[in-house]
Ligand binder design. Structure first.
Ligand SMILES: *Cc1c(COP(=O)(O)O)cnc(C)c1O
Length: 415
C-alpha cells in the first residue's frame, strides 16, 4: 500500500492521521518501512537522505551496528524486569562523569517526563509555585510548559492548548531568549519563582544561538535571585559535545534534563543534579515521580552503547561541525535568507538575518519554506517539514551525502 492510501486509512483511526503532530505533512506524509545509516526508505519506493533523524536521538544514524549489537544482546536477556538493573548504575555514572555538578540521576521514558519532573522537583525543593521559561522554548507536551508565546505583559501565562487549567498556566511566566534584562526584571518583580527552564541553544525553533555572555548572565541572575536554573539539554546533551551546551558555554545549571541521544534511539529521559536537590525525589524524598518503564533495560543498553561509542570517537563532533559548515559554504553568495549551524544542528531561515529569539524567527517566510521543502524532497532529501524545526546531520552522513545536501540547498533556495 502506498503512502496516500495508508494516510487515508490512518486519518480514520488516528487523530490527524499521525501519532505526533510534527509528522503531519500536507497533503499526506510519506510512510517509512526501513532506515539505514543516513537513509529512509518509503513504501513508495523512495530513498531519502534523512536530515531529520527522528528529531534528534540518532546522532550515529539509523541502525548503527554498535548500538544494534547492544540492543540485541539485551534482548536475549529480556527487555523489562520491574526491578533495578546494573545498567542503571552504568548510564547514571556516565552522565555524572560527563556533566560536572551532577551527582544523582532519575531515569524516565521521555524528554517531556524529564522536564515535567524537573519542574515538580524545583517547586518541591524551593517551595515556590512559579516557573519562568523562554518564548519558543520547547520542553515537551505537558501542562506547565504549553503556554502561549509572547503574551505581552509577561505576567500571567495563558494556555497554548485546550484542556489546560488556566490557573496552572498562570504560574508559567515567559521571557524572550537572548534578553537577560527581561529575566532580571521578571525575577525582581516576581518573588515566587522556583526555576528558570531554558534550552541553552533553542533547538525547537531553529537553532537559535545564545549571544556571547547570555548564558553566563542568566546563571548570574538566577543565582542572585535564588532561582534554580534548569538546562533542558534533551537536544543539546551529547550533541554539542560530550558535555553538551553546559560544557561548550561553560555554564553550570542546577538541574539538567536529558533525553533523545542518551537512549540511542529508544525512548528515554533523565534529569540530574546535585545530591541535595535530587534527594527530594521519591522514594528518597517527598517529590513523587514513578514509571513502569523508567530505566528500561533496552533503552539503557542502547544509551550506554551510544555514549561509550561517542567517548571512543570524539572526532565525530569535529566531523559534524565540518559537515554543516560545508553545507553553509555550498550556499555561497546565493544566500538570501540566513543559514544557522552549530555542530550537527543546522537550519535555513527564510529571514534575512539569523533570528535572535522567537518573535524574529516567526517573521520567517513560511510560504517560501514550504516550496523549498517540497523541492528538497523531490531531490531526495528529507528535512523536518517545518521552518521551525532544526535539521540534523548524523555521523552516518558521508561526504557525498553532505555534498548532495549542499548542492540541493543551493539550488532549492535560489529560486
Ligand atoms: C524533544 C524535546 C523534549 C521532549 O522530549 P520527548 O522525548 O519528545 O518527550 C523536551 N525538551 C527538548 C529541548 C526537546 O527537544
Amino acid at each position: 500500500m502506498r503512502s496516500e492510501e495508508l494516510f487515508n486509512r490512518a486519518s480514520k483511526i488516528l487523530p490527524g492521521g499521525v501519532s505526533s503532530p510534527v509528522r503531519a505533512i500536507s497533503p499526506y506524509p510519506f510512510y517509512t518501512i526501513r532506515a539505514e545509516g543516513s537513509r529512509l526508505y518509503s513504501v513508495d519506493g523512495e530513498e531519502l537522505i534523512d536530515c531529520c533523524m527522528a528529531y534528534g536521538p540518532l546522532l550515529l544514524g539509523h541502525g548503527h551496528p554498535f548500538i544494534k549489537d547492544a540492543i540485541r544482546t539485551q534482548l536475549e536477556k529480556g527487555w523489562l524486569y520491574g526491578t533495578p538493573t546494573p545498567a542503571e548504575l552504568d548510564l547514571a555514572s556516565l552522565l555524572i562523569a560527563d556533566y560536572p555538578g551532577t551527582e544523582m540521576v532519575r531515569f524516565v521514558s521521555s524528554g517531556a517526563e524529564a522536564t515535567m519532573a524537573a519542574i515538580r522537583l524545583a517547586r518541591g525543593y524551593t517551595g515556590k509555585p512559579d516557573i519562568v521559561k523562554v518564548e519558543g522554548g520547547f520542553h515537551g507536551a505537558h501542562d506547565s510548559v504549553l503556554v502561549k508565546a509572547g503574551s505581552g505583559a509577561m505576567t500571567l501565562g495563558i494556555p497554548d492548548s485546550a484542556g489546560i487549567v488556566p490557573e496552572l498556566a498562570a504560574h508559567t511566566l515567559q521571557v524572550p531568549y537572548n534578553d537577560p534584562q527581561a529575566l532580571e526584571e521578571i525575577l525582581s518583580k516576581q518573588k515566587e519563582v522556583a526555576a528558570f527552564i531554558i534550552e541553552p541553544v533553542l533547538g525547537n525553533i531553529g537553532p537559535i544561538l545564545p549571544e556571547k555572555g547570555y548564558l553566563e548572565t542568566v546563571r548570574a541572575i538566577t543565582l542572585a535571585h535564588d532561582v534554580l536554573l534548569i538546562f533542558d539539554e534533551v537536544i543539546t546533551g551529547y550533541r554539542l559535545g560530550i558535555g553538551g551546551a553546559q560544557e561548550k558555554y561553560r555554564v553550570r545549571p542546577d538541574i539538567t534534563t536529558f533525553g533523545k541521544i542518551i537512549g540511542g534511539g529508544l525512548p528515554i529521559g533523565a534529569f540530574a543534579g546535585p545530591r541535595k536537590i535530587m534527594q527530594m525525589i521519591s522514594p528518597a524524598g517527598p517529590v513523587y515521580q514513578a514509571g513502569t518503564f523508567n530505566g528500561n533495560p533496552l533503552s539503557l543498553a542502547a544509551g550506554i552503547a551510544t555514549l561509550r561509542y561517542l567517548h571512543q570517537h570524539q572526532e565525530i563532533y569535529t566531523m559534524l561541525e565540518d559537515g554543516t559548515q560545508a553545507i553553509q559554504d555550498s550556499l555561497g553568495k546565493r544566500e538570501r535568507g540566513s543559514f544557522v549551524h552549530l555542530g550537527s544542528m543546522f537550519k535555513y531561515f527564510f529571514h534575512p538575518t539569523p533570528p535572535h529569539n522567537y518573535s524574529e524567527a516567526k517573521r520567517s517566510d513560511t510560504g517560501r519554506f514550504r516550496i523549498f521543502w517540497e523541492k528538497m524532497k523531490k531531490m531526495g532529501i528529507f528535512l523536518p517539514p517545518s521552518q521551525f524545526e532544526t535539521n540534523f546531520l548524523s555521523s552516518a552522513h558521508s561526504s557525498e551525502d553532505i555534498e548532495k545536501i549542499g548542492k540541493a540547498y543551493a539550488s532549492c533556495i535560489s529560486e
